[in-house]
Write a protein that binds this ligand. Structure first.
Ligand SMILES: Nc1nc2c(c(=O)[nH]1)N[C@H]1C(S)=C(S)[C@@H](COP(=O)(O)OP(=O)(O)OC[C@H]3O[C@@H](n4cnc5c(=O)[nH]c(N)nc54)[C@H](O)[C@@H]3O)O[C@H]1N2
Ligand SMILES: Nc1nc2c(c(=O)[nH]1)N[C@H]1C(S)=C(S)[C@@H](COP(=O)(O)OP(=O)(O)OC[C@H]3O[C@@H](n4cnc5c(=O)[nH]c(N)nc54)[C@H](O)[C@@H]3O)O[C@H]1N2
Ligand code: SF4
Ligand SMILES: [Mo]
Length: 686
């Protein structure tokens, strides 16, 4: 594990989350000694979260996997040489392919390697093999936001123009913890007088800075969005010109909005008519510089896509589409494509979940991970017998963990690439040591900055393989390499990817903060229309209707306030993030564990009192799916709504995904309900 330089510092990007902050990796005598933020980097201006410096502890961690492992009959592991493991894995893949067909094999990538280049190697491999079955963390993340925005306006903007907005609405997102660089832009807007509205059942740090904190009942955001639409339309505070010239379906949308009276909205959401009127007033006055930023909370609801569509419609009403201070349609750089969907589409091979969720498959080319578990258990149209997972830990991160375990255990071949042994890798036949982001090199575009950056390989660790090398090696073992993985290493791939861009790899290497590849332009729809079926901004979607879904972004009540005395009287939010942990990661960083030794369940003081439980006491939390035991954290009365609980995800000790249900999913996007989980509490004696 030698650094590429002996002493000095290497500028690169942190890829421990999707923010890609600029960092400097400081090296003394070939060893990383420190990681700091790059003051001049346009993405983060020197700011970093605690996880950036922790990357040093991670790469040198004593538990790090540095050799391939093979599981023995007694479930213990023995070391195996990497070339030998690859021969055996290739033989097992070939056996399954011969016996059951290529589609009985799948690949699954996690958030740790991102949704871009590293994940695309896996996509490329599985199609080269002849299987359409690519799964990822997208089945539980991000896809709903993308789908909803694309259905309405034909594009998705991960980073809206916060800095120039006059009104910022944060719907179920906590960017100070989860999207640190957003805070630079949000703070700059606030300094210029922008108004901040935070919509959340819990008073988060950002909520305390809001002009208006709207403490909403979980799962009811759709009703609030419709109420806001009614308010904007009824008061004439919407962009008539945009709606008339650029949109379709407005009449029906306005008719449905009319049924969301302030009293109906209040009854559904708990948001008072006064607060509703105030948001309408702020959004109306701020038009068109209105940014709405929905977080994961809106995706983890069974009405997620339609709620997010309704929110996207509000952006249209505000005329905030592709304008400065609004939701800008940023162009990506022009690069070669790694996935083989154009040359080997395999759509006729019944990609898993594509029939059930044609929009998810059609727009994201994502097979549905929860449906995959059913296929592993023999309940699909054909069997799924082999799976290669890289950078994911579905036993802790996917709903209904007990079923996930059963599914993975039923496979003939499970290969897991990770940095550490995890509850998922322990079920694998082969565990392969993976490179960290500091041990590989990839392209990263920042469309909102119109910049392309090359990350640097900082450490040379011969014991581990980077993503490209792994898929390359396996493809070559299987005789697919010459056609599909001809590049000898990731540098060669990077050069090929860049070929249509007009940017040379050497340019990127010489400019660690990246090269500007384009220029942001606005209101492009005036020339090109929208990339929707009608070419218009779609308040209603005939395409969805043709698939048997409602045409309008209807609100579906999830029953957020169950009757007292029901079997599961509490509403559990799962997975609110904290600054130290990332899903199931970093629990092995000692100083993080000292700060947060164990997961706890947040509860309102009135509920705690009624149940006779005190802070720190352990309770059993029971849902229709399963149960967990966990310590209680009693919150201040204004920090969480009564009747609402919160448990973080990713912990081995109290795995909250034992409580979540893999069948309770959004009918369009397929994302699971992880935010409105019905539970009861059983106090445990101390
Ligand atoms: N430190 C850290 N950062 C992360 C991650 C991590 O694990 N750790 N994960 C990354 C990933 S992959 C993702 S997807 C993002 C997620 O980023 P965020 O979307 O910011 O996720 P959360 O921190 O869970 O914040 C969601 C908020 O929604 C609230 N909420 C829950 N239910 C509802 C509801 O029904 N309506 C509304 N309006 N609000 C609700 C919760 O109380 C919580 O405060 O974070 C990314 N960044
Ligand atoms: N109940 C509940 N569950 C949730 C959520 C929730 O809010 N509530 N959030 C969901 C969301 S939004 C997401 S995105 C998913 C995330 O789900 P996953 O992607 O499964 O999450 P991670 O825990 O980040 O798993 C990453 C694994 O990759 C390993 N790893 C780290 N770096 C690398 C690397 O460079 N290469 C390789 N090969 N491996 C690496 C880590 O050690 C870890 O074991 O979780 C979801 N699960
Ligand atoms: S927010 Fe933290 S983990 Fe994410 S890229 Fe920035 S420094 Fe890394
Ligand atoms: Mo996520």
């Amino acid at each position: 594990m030698r650094a590429i330089i002996s002493t000095g510092s290497v500028p690169t990007l942190c890829r421990q989350c999707d923010m890609h902050c600029g960092i400097d990796v400081h090296i003394v005598d070939g060893t990383i000694t420190k990681i700091s933020g790059q003051a001049q980097h346009p993405q983060n201006r020197g700011r970093i979260c605690p996880k950036a410096p922790a990357a040093r502890e991670l790469v040198y961690h004593p538990d790090r996997l540095l050799t391939a492992l093979k599981r023995r009959a007694d479930n213990s592991f023995e070391p195996i040489a990497y070339p030998r493991a690859m021969v055996e894995i290739a033989a097992a893949v070939a056996r399954i392919k011969q016996r059951h067909g290529a589609r009985s094999l799948g690949v699954w990538t996690g958030e740790a390697i991102g949704f871009f280049q590293q994940a695309d190697y896996a996509r490329r491999f599985v199609h080269a093999l002849g299987s359409p079955n690519y799964f990822s963390a997208e089945s539980v993340c991000f896809a709903s936001r993308y789908i909803a925005a694309c259905l309405v306006q034909g594009f998705y903007t991960p980073v809206p123009d916060f800095a120039r907005a006059k009104v910022i609405v944060l719907w179920g997102i906590n960017p100070g913890i989860t999207h640190l660089p957003y805070m630079l832009a949000i703070e700059s807007a606030l300094k210029k007088g922008a108004r901040l509205i935070v919509i959340d059942p819990r008073r988060t740090a950002i909520a305390t800075r809001a002009d208006l904190f709207v403490q909403i009942q979980p799962g009811t955001d759709g009703a609030l969005a419709w109420g806001l639409a009614r308010g904007l339309i009824a008061s004439g505070q919407y962009d008539h010109d945009f709606v008339t010239r650029q949109a379709t379906g407005f009449k029906d949308f306005a008719r449905m909005a009319h049924s969301f009276s302030p009293t109906r909205v209040a009854a559904e959401t708990g948001v008072s008519p006064e607060a509703l009127a105030r948001i309408v007033q702020l959004m109306g006055a701020g038009r068109p510089k209105v940014v709405q930023s929905p977080g994961i909370a809106l995706e983890h609801q069974v009405n997620g896509v339609n709620t997010l569509r309704a929110i996207a419609c509000l952006t249209g009403l505000c005329g905030a589409v592709d304008v400065p201070g609004g939701e800008v349609c940023h162009q990506p750089p022009v690069l070669q494509k790694l996935p083989l969907y154009d040359s080997i589409p395999l759509d006729d091979q019944q990609p898993i979940g594509a029939g059930r969720f044609p929009i998810l498959y059609g727009m994201r080319r994502e097979c549905h991970a929860m449906t995959a578990i059913d296929y592993m258990l023999g309940k699909g149209d054909y069997p799924l017998r082999g799976l290669i997972i890289s950078g994911a830990n579905p036993v802790l991160t996917n709903p209904n963990s007990r079923k996930v375990v059963k599914g993975l255990e039923a496979l003939d071949l499970l290969v897991v690439r990770d940095l550490f042994q995890t509850p998922t890798s322990k079920l694998a036949h082969y565990v392969l040591p993976a490179a960290t982001f500091l041990e590989r090199s990839e392209l990263h575009p920042y469309p909102h900055l119109q910049r392309l950056v090359l990350t640097r390989k900082v450490l040379d660790t011969p014991e581990v393989t980077d993503e490209y090398t792994f898929w390359h090696d396996l493809a070559h073992q299987l005789g697919l390499g010459a056609d599909h993985f001809p590049w000898p290493d990731e540098t060669a791939v990077n050069r090929w990817l860049l070929s249509p861009s007009g940017i040379a790899l050497s340019d990127l290497a010489a400019h660690p903060r990246g090269v500007v590849y384009g220029q942001t332009t606005y209101r492009k729809y005036r020339q090109r229309g929208f990339a929707t079926p009608s070419g218009k901004f779609e308040f209603a979607s005939p395409h969805l209707k043709s698939l048997g879904q409602p045409e309008l972004p209807v609100y579906r009540f999830q029953g957020s306030a169950p009757a007292v005395g029901s079997e599961y009287p509490f509403t559990l939010i799962t997975g609110a993030r904290n600054r130290f942990f990332y899903h199931s990661r970093y629990h092995n960083i000692q100083r993080f564990r000292r700060a947060v030794p164990e997961p706890t369940m947040e509860i309102h003081p009135v509920n705690a009192r009624r149940l006779g439980i005190h802070g720190g006491q352990r309770v059993k939390v029971v849902s229709a799916t399963g149960e967990v035991e966990i310590g209680v954290k009693i919150m201040a009365a204004n920090q969480i709504l009564p009747g609402v609980l919160q448990i973080p995800h990713g912990w081995k000790a109290a795995n909250v995904n034992r409580l979540t249900d893999d069948t309770d999913v959004d009918p369009i996007g397929g994302l699971p309900n992880m935010k409105v989980v019905r539970v009861r509490i059983e106090p445990l004696s101390v």
